[in-house]
Design a protein around this ligand. Structure first.
Ligand SMILES: [Zn+2]
Length: 321
């Protein structure tokens, strides 16, 4: 055998060892994922039985000290897990729709809606819990509460409008720590006017400056967004999520008309969003999505006959959940 032949044989056997160890690792991992999935499913089934076992004091009849010992020894459940299961299952007692969600996705899946769902709305919330990940659902509930308790925001004050006694404007307070020189300048600019008008003027000037440098849309584009467009879009919110009232850092540049449908990166409809708000957009739950983000709010149902849903969001949200 020549040297090179020997080397060749050695390489081959090394490759062989490498391949078989890769196969072993893949196999171990796949088994773990499979068993883990099943373990979780069985644990969910155990949790669902706990209220009834507790009510009938079956643990006592079987010689256990209490329900905790029973669940720990027989199913490896922690005290916290038992308390949690009993507490949450008590709350869904009269809501079979939510019980069904727990059966399919576990207790965590209903946690965000447990305080908000009523018997009347359980069906609505169960649907949302099935369609969304826990994080997206949390975000949705937050927006939902905001919209339905707007008048209760403690930081805000009502002022009767000067025109008519009926309509009221909502003002929010914003506390800022500023350099005294800046304060002096701002006070001068405000003069005899009011802060709202001054701030609007400053914002308009800032936005006009950004608009003046707006790049043209990239048409027939690839996925990649040009630096020019990206910078323009991000400077509008200073890298912040554009959803009303959200101050999280952006994570995605969201195409409100869906890139897959337009193949265009349009600086006017490319919107920086945090993860949760991007998920809500793809759940089809943003009202007025085709308008600028200041007009956005969440909606109750996605329009599942729209092209956006049929061709894009349906698949994206499937992937996310
Ligand atoms: Zn956000």
């Amino acid at each position: 055998m020549t040297n090179s032949m020997q080397n060749g044989a050695q390489n081959q056997s090394q490759n062989h060892v490498q391949n078989s160890s890769q196969i072993l690792e893949k196999d171990l991992h796949e088994k773990f994922v499979f068993y883990g999935k099943n373990a979780r499913e069985w644990m969910r089934k155990c949790a669902l039985l706990l209220p009834e076992i507790n009510r009938l004091r079956i643990w006592e009849k079987k010689g256990f000290e209490n329900i905790y010992e029973y669940a720990r020894i027989l199913a490896g459940m922690s005290t916290n897990a038992v308390n949690d299961a009993l507490r949450i299952l008590k709350k869904v007692e009269d809501k079979p729709e939510l019980k069904w969600v727990i059966d399919k996705k576990g207790i965590n899946a209903v946690r965000p809606i447990i305080a908000i769902a009523t018997q009347e709305t359980a069906n609505f919330w169960a649907e949302k819990a099935m369609e969304m990940s826990k994080n997206t659902l949390e975000c949705y509930v937050k927006e939902f509460k905001k919209e339905h308790t707007e008048a209760k925001i403690t930081k805000s004050i009502f002022r009767p409008s000067t025109e008519s006694g009926h309509s009221q404007n909502l003002f929010s307070e914003l506390k800022m720590e500023l350099d005294p020189k800046i304060v002096d300048q701002l006070n001068k600019l405000k003069g005899q006017g009011n802060w709202n008008e001054l701030m609007q003027k400053l914002l308009d000037a800032y936005q006009a400056q950004i608009e003046a440098n707006k790049p043209i849309p990239q048409e027939n584009a690839k996925r990649y967004v040009s630096a020019k467009i990206k910078n323009h879009v991000l400077v509008k919110t200073n890298n912040t999520c554009a959803f009303p009232d959200c101050t999280k850092e952006y994570k995605y540049l969201h195409h409100t008309w869906r890139f897959a449908l337009t193949k265009t990166h349009d600086p006017d409809t490319l919107i920086p969003l945090c993860k949760a708000h991007e998920r809500l957009a793809h759940a089809g739950l943003i009202e007025n999505e085709n308008q600028p983000p200041q007009f956005w709010k969440i909606k109750l149902e996605a329009n599942k006959t729209s092209e956006k849903w049929q061709k894009v969001d349906k698949w994206v949200s499937k992937y996310y959940t």
